[in-house]
Design a protein around this ligand. Structure first.
Ligand SMILES: [Zn+2]
Length: 253
């Protein structure tokens, strides 16, 4: 059912949320657009102007590693101050109420953590861009440290003490999906009785698999997304209203 207006959407959401014990939100770029972070895949998004750097190019080319960090710091200056939006805050409220054992996200912006959900309870399918790791020894590096080295060396990407390359903790194109995160996401999806897909077009693998998996295991499915998705017919409730508007009533103070 597609909610005919905002009030119907909120009522439908409230009924489903109140009637469920275990809610698993699955979020995509749409939840962060009101925070000023563009949907990188959308037409006119950054990726249509700047082709993403594939993982093997990062591994084989120093120029690409330097370029990758140059872009990352340019992004930091533009979006680094982003704060959680109404959607993030509503999900954090459900989490604090004990109804959300974990959240799955395609986003790399760290805004769910910033909204108060423990990092351990967030499954990041595409990693996190707000810190970096060594690709060989997995040592964590903060962006400020990388930036200082980058600038001091005339814009060269610093390497780890072990000789490994330091990269944002994101999953690049061509880089293997994190197995443990995928398994946790599947477990959460199988165990929930309400699956909330929010702000994702649900086309990019592996996102497309989760709504089906939830439905097959008997969960109710809600899709909150501006654009139609191919799972709308399967959903118990489809909300095409603005995500912040639809979720704001669920923010608890
Ligand atoms: Zn290392």
């Amino acid at each position: 059912m597609i909610a005919s207006d905002l009030a119907t959407a909120v009522d439908g959401l409230r009924d489903l949320i109140e009637g469920s014990q275990c809610i698993v939100p699955f979020t995509g770029a749409g939840i962060s657009t009101e925070c000023g972070i563009p949907d990188f895949r959308s037409p006119g998004g950054i990726w249509t102007k700047n082709q993403p750097i594939p993982f093997d190019a990062f591994m084989t080319s120093r120029e690409m590693r330097d370029e990758s960090w140059r872009r990352r710091f340019a992004m930091e200056d533009k979006f680094g101050g982003a704060k959680p939006g109404r959607g993030h805050r509503a999900l954090a409220s459900l989490y604090r109420a004990g109804k959300v054992p974990g959240l799955i996200t395609q986003n790399i912006d760290n805004l769910h953590q910033a909204s108060g959900i423990a990092a351990d309870d967030i499954v990041e399918l595409h990693g996190n861009t707000t810190y970096a790791t060594c690709l060989d020894c997995a040592k964590r590096y903060e962006l400020a440290w990388v930036r200082e080295k980058f600038q001091a060396s005339g814009q060269r990407a610093p390497d780890c003490d072990c000789g490994g390359y330091i990269k944002t903790a994101t999953v690049s194109f061509g880089q293997a999906m994190p197995t443990m995160q995928m398994e946790r996401a599947e477990q959460l999806t199988r165990d929930c009785d309400l699956f909330l897909a929010i702000g994702s077009s649900l086309v990019v693998w592996p996102a497309a698999g989760f709504p089906l998996m939830a439905k097959r295991n008997g969960a109710a499915l809600v899709i909150v997304n501006r654009e139609p998705t191919e799972f709308d017919d399967l959903a118990d409730l489809v909300v095409r209203n603005d995500i912040g508007d639809a979720l704001a009533p669920f923010i608890a103070n």
